[in-house]
Design a protein around this ligand. Structure first.
Ligand code: FAD
Length: 337
């Protein structure tokens, strides 16, 4: 069981800035995110797009904002738990215990839910009974490419992930790239590399077609795909990689007994506490009169929530409001002597 002052659910921009606001008050945190990296919507939905309304930053991309936030919280050495979805929450006197789908358990007096529009999850294959292969021979992301050496891999999808992994894995495995349209969405350079590999006979491309069935009992032996003209083809396959994009799911958070308003969590806008003492909601996932789903609103919300977190985590200490420009203790925490 990992003990900390605050468990932050979500490593989007608001979850990242929560680490900062807690850190300058001397509070520790852990951050849990279902994805394999920080940034939330900024990284998953618009990494290259310019953002023009971050105060004092005339323009930055989603990726730059994420990198700067990560840089800003480096002094706190916070531990991040990626690829873990928070599933359960239970109360233990004045503390909360949080459990993830990897069976990690965390205990803290505070939880800050910065879950945005819910956890981003891969869109799954639409045929029945594919769960039995998941994590063994059917993958929705690549965690360790060394495990995919010398395989017969069928890759589904038409975007960057499908194209990039086709290029990478074709160095040591037999790849069939399958897409329901004739056109792929990738940079001109990637598309020309893919064409080159196909012309050299190093990969095989099948379009426009869709997966019809998977054959094999315990292990995948082959797949059958159906072309738009009705033709069916069987392809020897031992591994499937599927990249059909991400969907957002509020998931188990909706069942924690928090007061919900449509798909958001109602909070008291004085401290962003929910109807459960010690559970806070900030960023896109919270709602209160006048809420704006903007990054700058989320930053303000964590500043106030962190004050209440301090009071709960340090009940015997008095909270003192301080400026970063003049507070020696804040500057020490930031490693500035
Ligand atoms: C195209 C686009 C353009 C935008 N442009 C702007 C702009 O110009 N200016 C602006 O201010 N805002 C903009 N926004 C909105 C902005 O991106 C959001 O307000 C911001 O990302 C909210 O941050 P967040 O940290 O609350 O949530 P998110 O960024 O959604 O991050 C939430 C994180 O929580 C994780 N999570 C959720 N549930 C769980 C769980 N149970 N377990 C583990 N992890 C979980 C998710 O995987 C995700 O990584 C834009 C949004 C979009 C889509």
């Amino acid at each position: 069981m990992i003990k900390t002052d605050t468990i932050i659910i979500g490593a989007g921009p608001v979850g990242l800035f929560a680490v900062h606001q807690l850190g300058i008050k001397g509070l520790e945190a852990v951050v849990i995110d279902n994805l394999d990296r920080a940034g939330g919507q900024c990284i998953e939905l618009y990494p290259d797009k310019p953002i023009y309304d971050i105060p004092a930053v005339p323009v930055c991309t989603g990726e730059e904002l994420t990198k700067n936030l990560q840089e800003q919280i480096k002094p706190f050495g916070t531990e991040f738990f990626y690829n873990e979805r928070v599933e359960e929450v239970k109360q233990d006197k004045d503390n909360w215990i949080v459990k993830t789908n990897n069976n990690n358990e965390f205990i803290a007096p505070n939880i800050i839910i910065a879950g945005g529009v819910g956890s981003f999850e891969p869109r799954k294959l639409s045929i029945n009974d594919t769960e039995r292969y998941e994590g063994k021979s059917l993958f929705y992301s690549v965690k360790n490419k060394d495990e995919l050496k010398n395989k017969k891999i069928s890759i589904f999808g038409g975007g960057d992930s499908a194209l990039d992994w086709t290029l990478e894995l074709s160095k040591f495995s037999k790849i069939t790239l399958i897409h329901r349209r004739n056109e792929f969405r990738g940079t001109p350079h990637t598309l020309s590399e893919i064409k080159k590999l196909e012309n050299e006979g190093k990969i095989s491309i099948k379009t426009p077609c869709q997966l019809m069935s998977i054959e094999g009992d315990k292990k995948i032996e082959s797949i059958s795909i159906k072309f738009e003209n009705g033709k069916i083809e069987k392809i020897k396959t031992d591994t499937i990689l599927s990249f059909f994009g991400l969907i957002m799911k509020l998931g188990p958070i909706a069942e924690w007994g928090l007061n919900m308003n449509k798909k958001t969590i109602e909070v008291n806008s004085e401290n962003f506490e929910t109807n459960k003492k010690g559970i806070f909601a900030v960023g896109d996932i919270c709602s209160y009169p006048g809420k704006l789903k903007l990054i700058l609103s989320g930053f303000h919300e964590v500043a106030l929530a962190s004050v209440e977190c301090f009071k709960r985590a340090r009940p015997n200490e008095k909270y003192r409001f301080e400026f970063t420009t003049s507070s020696k203790s804040i500057q020490n925490r930031l490693g500035k002597k």
